[in-house]
Design a protein around this ligand. Structure first.
Ligand code: FES
Length: 91
């Protein structure tokens, strides 16, 4: 069974919000990374504003309950590896 993970990426538009800080590009990069690795149990979800955008763009991992702040494009492979790599393990 594939490991279940949801990667919530805030890409809310507006001045000073995550969308203006690269959230849209992050959303696309997470989708591409998950698809490239074939992680069938991992979903990438566009998140709504959680009022944390002063430290945006913000990424939340469920059910791990881990928040990432000021996420950069180069962080995407590491975050996917850390939280979704177990997706490859059959149980
Ligand atoms: S716009 Fe991303 S937390 Fe507010």
């Amino acid at each position: 069974m594939a490991r279940f993970r949801q990667i919530f990426v805030c890409a809310t538009p507006g001045e000073g919000r995550c969308g203006a800080r690269g959230g849209g590009e992050l959303l696309r990069l997470f989708e591409e990374e998950v698809a490239r690795r074939g992680l069938s149990g991992t979903m990438v979800v566009r998140n709504t504003c959680t009022r944390r955008h002063e430290r945006g763009p913000v990424v939340f991992i469920f059910p791990d309950d881990v928040w990432y702040y000021e996420v950069a494009p180069e962080d995407v492979p590491r975050i996917v590896e850390r939280h979704a790599a177990g997706d490859r393990i059959m149980g």
